[in-house]
Structure formats: C-alpha cells, structure tokens
Unconditional design. Sequence first.
Length: 168
Amino acid sequence: MPERPDPGSPTSSAGGDANTAAAEVDPFPEWFTDFLNDRQTRKPSAHTMKAYRQDFTSIAKLVTKGDPAGLAVTDITKDAMRSAFAAYARDHEAASIRRCWSTWNVLCTFLYTGEVLAANPMQLVGRPKLAKPLPKALPAPRSKHCWRLPRRTMAPSAKSTGLNAISL
C-alpha cells in the first residue's frame, strides 16, 4: 500500500516549494499562531480552538478584503474593527457576534500585553447585550407548601419569589 504524504510537510505540495506549502498549511499570521499556542497551554477544548480560528478568519477576511493571512497587527484599529464587526453582524446571530467579539477581545488583550499592539480597540467596538433572563418559576412542591401556610407566614416567602400582596 503506498504511503500518503503528510499534508503538513513541504513535500506534499504538488510541484510547489516549501514556502508555498507552509502558507497553505498555516493560513494565519505568525502573531496569531503565537496567540493560539498561548491559548493551547490553557488546555481549551478542540471546539474552542476551532472557534478561535473561525472567528479570526471571519473578521480578518473583512478587514483585509479576503486575505486573513495578510492581516498585519497595524491593521487592527478601532475603525477597522468597527467596520468589520458591522459587516459580520449583518449575517450572524447575536450569540455568534458576542463569541467572535470575545475572541477578538482576548486576542487584542494578548497582543497589547505582549506590547505588540498599542491599545486594545475592542473596548470601543459594540457588541450585542445579553438578553435578560426570565424569572424562574417556583417549583410545584414549594408553591403547594406556600399556599398551605397562614397568610402572615406566607408573606415573607411569597415576597422572596416576587409575588405581591394582590397575588396572595
């Protein structure tokens, strides 16, 4: 059985040189690869690492007009990020936008603390707010217990659940 070439090795490229093969294998700038390596030491799940790469690529494509590997740190500005996130928001749900914003915030913080980026522009880029959660219902056994209590005893319990005097 013939051996398959390793897709990450320079010899796997059909007639290409080592630099071309390396660019095909790692479509990210070196500084982003450094970020991924830093994140990897924290042992995130494979899904988290995949999300970092996808979120980077999505916004980097918008900033560079389709060449995420060509994104320079100097391209990461407040205006570029605002514009890219506005375009990204047109086609994505709020939860996806928040996750992508979070990825870029962590990335920019990494670059800033490493003195690669002058400031983190993400604090100036808007993001969707979390929806306010609805109040939780009182479990049935607890509510039955409350209704069996005398009115004076029940009032403090009812108040803690959000019931008002009219509901009693």
